[in-house]
Write a protein that binds this ligand. Structure first.
Ligand SMILES: *[C@@H]1O[C@H](CO)[C@@H](O)[C@H](O)[C@H]1NC(C)=O
Ligand SMILES: *[C@@H]1O[C@H](CO)[C@@H](O)[C@H](O)[C@H]1NC(C)=O
Ligand SMILES: *[C@@H]1O[C@H](CO)[C@@H](O)[C@H](O)[C@H]1NC(C)=O
Ligand SMILES: *[C@@H]1O[C@H](CO)[C@@H](O)[C@H](O)[C@H]1NC(C)=O
Length: 710
């Protein structure tokens, strides 16, 4: 006698499904198992309805089923109508949204199907099938919903990849409330390390929340489209990961991780007050981490993975030291709530923050929940006060790196509109001995999701699975931008790089009315360059421009830049924007990569002059650190010259011989600013005012550039 083999459906289990082979017949058992002999064809049916025929195998999916045994027994595509119809029919017999315990075919189901069996045609088109009276009749009688075509394909595709999903799981919090999560697990039972992220953007595919059936089906459509069609048309931020900027379940689950996505308080179906970057949010995050560690499917080790908001909030929870948190990957984060998130250089990221709050956070909110008005909080606190450090009503948090001892991989998007500072600060301050810094470019998603995927994989497998990689990654890996959109990857042992020479280049107004000079020695003679502070009145952005002679050597730059300016204004304050650009003849060399045509400078920065007080201890030669405290406010006296240090974003760039530097100083953002995301512009001290830059002699106005010596 031949050996009896057992099989099961990965997209099931389907329990109570009848089957017949030349040697066997029966009904799939409690575990959805069926029996067959090697090489046999199995016919599956429910009463007189033939579901399909497959070659016996320990692991089947609905895509293995065919209408008759005469066809070629190749797997059918989930998009093929026949498979889609079968999957829709069988999956819709299940009662749970996520089908976590499969589909049970009981007597009631059998009875409802039997009375319509003749009219059920799996070989019809998707549209005909869903409209067929027989099909509608079955589900009406059972009081069940015929699942969406995209929805069932998604379930089937996950089964191919060995993934099962638990939807709308309740995560209890210490105050007796709960958060709602989706969990993606390997189908094979086991205990797995967890990659978790708690967020405010919702668990719907790409972004958003599901508040009703129409939104659920739309999310399923987006998911199916993402896997089945080209992603080229998609927004850059959604092209590289299932839910922009957090772990792909399709990438990580097959590698033996559980991926958990939690909706924060006040998001989607999670009750409570939405309060972004708050202490409450960090405590909830802590509870979610410890919850995940206790689950039977978890090995007790949790890692955090995400970018942007999903990165920034990691610092806040990591500083609370949840015991089960073993590693974190904060990609393109902010950390200092005042300097990174709200007021870089003391100038409010006004339009961006309004846009983010309305367009990005708004749609995912729980419509029945209260919300702490984050933007109003920022507007009420124009100086760096307790509001940014967890003190007071509706306060938000800044990272406390000194409390984070776990392994960290962090990425910074050099010269990014946001996320261009925190990674450097983190790398310098984290006491953790296992830390890695990735220096990407402003448009970070492709770098993060494609180029750095191996870095993330080896990081998590080391710290959550205990697997030591064959080759050690360098602690610092960076995108060296070489001009014209090109770049190369470089390794470094430290940041700033050990062989950095900070070179000071002096501005020279030189009596010029259009373009001043940049020289390597402090000009002896004093000069002055005056420009309008009134952006509205001027047709083009008024700027003071300084240019160097063509370089006589090529330069490799990597590190922090700064500008030191002696400045006066006719009014009581001034906004100073400094951009460094590179020109080859009259043509600008653009350094930004993977974002052609941005007009972005090599590096830039800004400062509101009344915020010029610096902290001597926290400032370093590469980077001034402004206190931004109200008690340190230094208003301008009209026409009185003061010295300011402007922090310019760290950047990389290889500047060829013969190119020239150009420094532009302007009263508002120049080309490269993103329309609709402009910073605050305070008419009261711009209108009708003029600013002057003083150079040479006692006024050593300069820029400092980080030159890497070969
Ligand atoms: C954070 O993660 C959520 C869910 O994965 C995603 O929808 C959102 O776009 C991410 N946020 C950012 C700013 O990347
Ligand atoms: C997500 O999956 C897609 C498709 O498999 C892949 O192209 C992309 O690089 C993945 N991204 C991440 C972050 O794993
Ligand atoms: C960086 O270091 C890795 C080893 O960690 C090595 O494989 C790679 O070739 C190096 N890259 C460069 C550009 O030197
Ligand atoms: C100063 O700038 C002017 C105008 O751009 C230029 O013609 C001249 O060569 C520069 N002189 C020096 C000493 O750099």
């Amino acid at each position: 006698m031949k050996q009896l083999l057992t099989g099961k459906f990965r997209d099931g289990p389907f329990i109570g499904l009848e089957y017949q082979t030349p040697s066997q017949n029966g009904v799939t058992d409690q575990d959805g198992q069926f029996y067959y002999e090697e090489g046999e064809l199995i016919t599956f049916f429910i009463g007189s309805l033939i579901i399909g025929v497959a070659i016996g195998s320990p692991s089947l999916t609905i895509a293995n089923l065919h209408s008759s045994s005469y066809e070629k027994m190749e797997d059918l595509e989930p998009t093929c109508a026949e498979t889609n119809n079968r999957a829709r029919f069988l999956q819709s017999l299940g009662r749970e949204v996520d089908l976590r315990s499969g589909v049970v075919i009981d007597d009631a189901t059998r009875k409802a199907i039997e009375s319509h069996a003749k009219g059920i045609q799996f070989l019809s088109s998707i549209k005909e099938f869903e409209k067929a009276a027989a099909v509608c009749g079955v589900f009406r009688e059972l009081g069940l919903r015929l699942r969406g075509a995209a929805e069932v394909r998604n379930h089937l595709r996950r089964a191919f990849q060995g993934i099962k999903v638990l939807r709308d799981v309740k995560v209890l919090t210490r105050d007796g409330s709960y958060l709602i999560a989706d969990v993606f697990l390997p189908i094979a039972e086991g205990s797995y390390p967890v990659l978790l992220r708690q967020s405010i953007y919702g668990r719907a595919f790409q972004t958003g929340s599901v508040h009703n059936e129409a939104e659920m089906l739309a999310s399923e459509e987006r998911e199916a489209t993402w896997f089945e069609k080209s992603r080229e048309e998609l927004n850059y931020y959604f092209r590289y990961s299932e839910t922009a900027a957090s772990a792909n379940s399709s990438t990580w689950v097959p590698q033996g991780y559980a991926v958990v996505r939690v909706d924060a308080r006040g998001v989607g179906k999670t009750p409570g007050t939405l309060s972004v970057f708050s202490q409450q949010e960090a405590l909830d995050y802590y509870d979610a981490i410890e919850w995940a560690a206790r689950q039977t499917w978890s090995n007790g080790k949790v890692g955090l993975y995400g970018s942007s908001y999903n990165a920034t909030t990691q610092w806040n929870v990591a500083a609370l030291q949840p015991p089960s948190l073993h590693a974190m990957a904060a990609i393109a984060s902010d950390a200092d709530a005042y300097r990174d998130l709200a007021y870089p250089g003391g100038i409010f990221l006004k339009n961006y923050r309004h846009w983010w709050w309305k367009e990005s956070v708004g749609p995912a909110r729980n419509k029945n929940s209260d919300t702490v008005d984050f933007v109003a909080g920022l507007e009420d606190h124009p100086w760096d006060d307790g509001h940014y450090h967890g003190h007071g009503q509706d306060a938000i948090l800044s990272a406390d790196f000194s409390k984070i001892h776990i392994p960290v991989i962090t990425a910074v998007s050099q010269t990014g509109f946001t996320h261009g500072r925190a990674g450097f600060e983190a790398y310098a301050e984290l006491p953790s001995t296992a830390k890695q810094l990735l220096i990407l470019d402003a448009a970070f998603p492709e770098y993060m999701f494609v180029d750095c995927q191996p870095d993330l994989e080896s990081f998590f497998s080391r710290h959550l699975k205990g697997l030591v990689p064959d080759t050690e990654k360098s602690p610092v890996r960076m995108v060296m931008r070489t001009g014209g959109g090109a770049f190369e990857w470089q390794n470094a042992t430290t940041w700033p790089l050990p062989n950095t020479e900070y070179r000071e280049l002096f501005l020279n107004a030189n009596g010029a009315t259009t373009i001043g000079n940049i020289t390597s020695h402090l000009p002896l003679q004093q000069g002055q360059f005056t420009y309008s502070a009134d952006v509205q009145a001027a047709k083009d952005l008024p700027t003071a421009i300084f240019e160097s002679e063509p370089l006589t050597e090529s330069l490799e730059l990597a590190g922090h830049f700064r500008a030191t300016l002696w400045i006066a204004s006719t009014s009581a304050d001034a906004d100073v924007f400094v951009a460094i650009r590179v020109f080859e003849g009259v043509k600008e060399v653009h350094y930004q990569t993977r974002a052609p045509g941005t007009g972005a400078p090599l590096t830039y920065g800004c400062l509101k002059v009344s915020h010029r007080a610096t902290d001597a201890v926290r400032s370093s030669k590469e980077r001034p650190w402004h206190t931004h405290r109200e008690e340190d406010a230094l208003p301008l006296l009209p026409n009185t010259v003061v010295k300011i240090d402007v922090e310019l974003l760290a950047a990389t760039g290889r500047i060829p011989l013969g190119c020239r530097f150009r420094v532009e100083v302007s009263p508002a953002e120049g080309p490269g600013a993103i329309p609709g995301w402009e910073r605050a512009y305070d008419e009261s001290y711009h209108r009708g005012a003029a600013n002057s830059i003083f150079t040479g002699g006692l006024y050593a106005s300069s820029i400092t550039i980080p030159v890497i010596s070969g």
